[in-house]
Design a protein around this ligand. Structure first.
Ligand code: GTP
Ligand code: MG
Length: 197
């Protein structure tokens, strides 16, 4: 898919105030600092469309981006960041779970996980939660530029093994690097295929 246009639409913390159109929507979620906003900039080839930071906790709201006037890409705040209150730390922020539970336009979530790390409890819990709410998702292994190919392969295999302890099958997955522009075509083609189906 070519990206002909990418525009910021609206930020908010209330799913009811998200854009009313019926365009298909894809949302990036995952731990703070995993690279959600950077991936949006990499996919759209717009350097600072989504705000990024070396410090976790940068994205605080639900951010809608309109792509090619045809679909929405959604940047969400990260979870699992210690600076938020204890209650929020324990679970997931309510406006995020409300978004996932109520957003009819959502076609698929993408859970971003750092390709260097072993499966994290909070990510597995979030996948479980999505499963319970029948929300489709794929996994994106981020920052693969920071790993040697062998280590990446091993980590992905380990991750799949871990998932198969609780899931009957593993979801689709992608490997990306926003700094090295890895995984862009695969991800955009996947979205295009779903949009056209
Ligand atoms: P929150 O909004 O805080 O939840 O974070 P986020 O998941 O949106 O992460 P963000 O895109 O802001 O990136 C966090 C940090 O990781 C920044 O310093 C990025 O430059 C860096 N980063 C993101 N993607 C990559 C990548 O593919 N490779 C490398 N080496 N660094 C990356
Ligand atoms: Mg962000």
């Amino acid at each position: 898919m070519d990206i002909k246009s990418a525009k910021f639409v609206i930020s908010n913390s209330d799913v009811k105030k998200c854009p009313e159109s019926n365009l298909p929507e894809y949302a990036f979620i995952g731990r703070s600092n995993v690279g959600k906003s950077s991936l949006i900039n990499m996919l759209t080839k717009r350097k600072s469309l989504a705000k990024t930071s070396g410090r976790p906790g940068k994205t605080q709201l639900i951010n809608h981006f309109l792509i090619n006037q045809e679909w929405h890409l959604v940047d969400l705040p990260g979870y699992g960041y210690a600076r938020v209150s204890k209650k929020e730390k324990k679970t997931f922020q309510k406006f995020i779970t409300d978004y996932f539970k109520n957003r009819k336009q959502l076609v698929s979530a993408f859970i971003l996980v750092d390709s260097r790390h072993e499966p994290q409890k909070i990510d597995l819990e979030f996948m479980q939660w999505l499963g319970e709410h029948m929300i489709p998702f794929a996994i994106i292994f981020t920052k693969v530029d920071k790993l040697k190919p062998n280590a990446l392969e091993r980590n992905i295999e380990d991750y799949q093994k871990k998932l198969l302890e609780t899931w009957a099958s593993v979801p689709p997955y992608f490997v990306t690097s926003s700094s090295k522009e890895i995984g862009r075509d695969e991800l955009l083609n996947y979205i295009e295929e779903i949009n056209n189906s």
